[in-house]
Design a binder for this molecule. Sequence first.
Ligand SMILES: [Mg+2]
Length: 104
Amino acid sequence: MHLEDMKKEIERLVVSKGFYNKPEDVPKKLLFAFIELGEASDAWKKGESQEKIAEELIDTIFYILDASRLACPDVNMDDMFQWKLSKNLGRPYQYGEGHRSKQL
Ligand SMILES: [Mg+2]
């Protein structure tokens, strides 16, 4: 399943369950994505199963794609993924991680 297919499935879920579904709800959805990341981190720290950690990471993806559906509906997320991957592949080795070479 591709990201655009996932967005459609998530919209179906959101509508059928009566969840927030307006552009002004985007900040809430992004906050929920952070909360799910915290749940994933907590599961990892507690040594929970890989399935539990993966479930929380998928919850995060759900909220991110749901937010994208409302925040940037005209952007094809599959195309954006490819564009961003190409952009990052074109960057130098360990880009953005200059802190690695600094002595603390
Ligand atoms: Mg969760």
